[in-house]
Design a protein around this ligand. Sequence first.
Ligand code: TEU
Ligand code: CA
Length: 560
Amino acid sequence: MNKKWWHDKVAYQIYPKSFYDSNGDGIGDIPGIISKLDYLQDLGVDILWLSPCYQSPLADQGYDISDYYSIDPRFGTMEDMDRLIAEAKKRDMVVLMDLVVNHCSDEHEWFRKACEDPDGTYGQYFYLRDKKEGELPTNWRSYFGGPVWDDLPGTSKQYLHVFHKKQPDLNWENPKLREEVYQNMNWWLEKGLGGFRIDAIINIKKALPLHSYEPDREDGLCSIHAMLEEATGIGEFLSEMRDRTFRKHDAFSVGEVFNEKPGELPDFIGENGYFSSMFDFNATIFGHSEKGWYDASPITPDDYKNCCFSSQAKVGEIGFLSNIIENHDGPRGVSRYIPEGDCCNKSKKMLAALSFLLRGIPFIYQGQELGMENLPVVSIDEVDDISARNEYQVALEAGLSPEEAIKAISAHSRDNARTPMQWSDEANAGFTTGTPWLPVNPNYTAINAAAQTEDADSVYSFYKELIALRKNPAYKETIVYGALEPVWRERHNLMAYYRKGAPTLLVIGNYQKEPQEVTLPTAYKNVLLNNEKELAENNGTITLQGYQVLVLEMEDSYYE
Ligand code: TEU
Ligand code: CA
């Protein structure tokens, strides 16, 4: 395997709107990020992925871009962005932007020109179809609810949007459009960007000619997945993108890839793959139902373990997945993956270690290092997320009462991850001196960065130790490149694995509140991490306390 500069890095996702507000307007901004770079450097992260801060009407919080060459004034200026890249570089960090090119905003110049002249050049940038009374071009249901077709203003045509109606899909079959995208990407890479996180990318390839599929709900529509399963040939677009942009700049790229087809993993992230890496969403999507969020099933510790291990087995040494427990699109990892009632510092640290030491590139989402939790929601009026608002309606239509519906959607709402970063126990968690755009989680008085950075026992300090362990020259090779082998795979509520190498490490997490015993296959040499003060060992048998996690360096003899 050819080593790449990103293999041994630790990444951190920033959701700019909620990270830090420098000017009191209630909205996080780029100068705010710059002022927190020392915090990030101290934590030990290397790659900063910024969710979109381009010019945008913010219909989908910036995932609807109206100018790919400008920064939205609410987030700052292009000078701020250049300063961020330079200041990050001084601290040995690189910045990734979010590449949102399945769609743009309906306020983008291309779309306006398409409305003015649908048969002209810019009409070809989108998927337009003649409007027929009482009939839609296809019966696909948009990810955010309702049909994917809306009237193209001022014309007798309709346009396709697989997300919100303010996010018209771009026509990737058109080489001119692809050219525009590559030009923009190179423009950013030439500014010194480290690379991109690639949004919703699987959607750029449509099965042609566009047609309807079997309806899967009473609305007569069908999930986009029906079409995606049929679509082939995305590789032509993605290898072109790689050759025209990333490769020339030795840039890092991480794809938001759902539903790749069986056997396609090497094409995506193998030696000459389209991307450097892609997220492992196996646990994220576990239990999801085509009916909607209200019908999702919960995930147990054993399910979580199986999700992680099956992804690890699938990727093997083909390439590097990017491992997450959360991002801006869902609940907080600790609220989802730790059984109800057991969420505490100890279990949060266990989950952190189990996920962070998997083979792959660890991504930390802002506030994860503090153990930030879901936001309790009592009424739909408090919900900002367009996806959650739609799912609330879906739940009501399925017959749930408003109370049941709010309970069902609040466990999944994207607002959970989007509440402001909890910096301190001051007003608004120290995020803003104004009124935050989304309410702060009321638990900020107990969970905040100021308290945790001072406390050697905090979740934050544990993350810092995990990052330091990954970078420790004695263990780095094993943690970055060592094969992963599950241990005691069938044991209930126990997740354990080797990372093999010289030395071999053993990670063991007791994923329940009751203690349990394990007998080590061989002796260990050192305890590298432990979220308890003690290690109860007797002749090679360890009694793990509830939610205890251990990282052990094994005797060399093991690896003969
Ligand atoms: O998400 C892609 C995606 O597939 C979403 O449907 C995701 O499953 C959904 O957010 C869950 O509610 C990306 C971005 O991460 C997301 O924030 C954007 O809204 C979306 O693309 C459109 O750009
Ligand atoms: Ca601001």
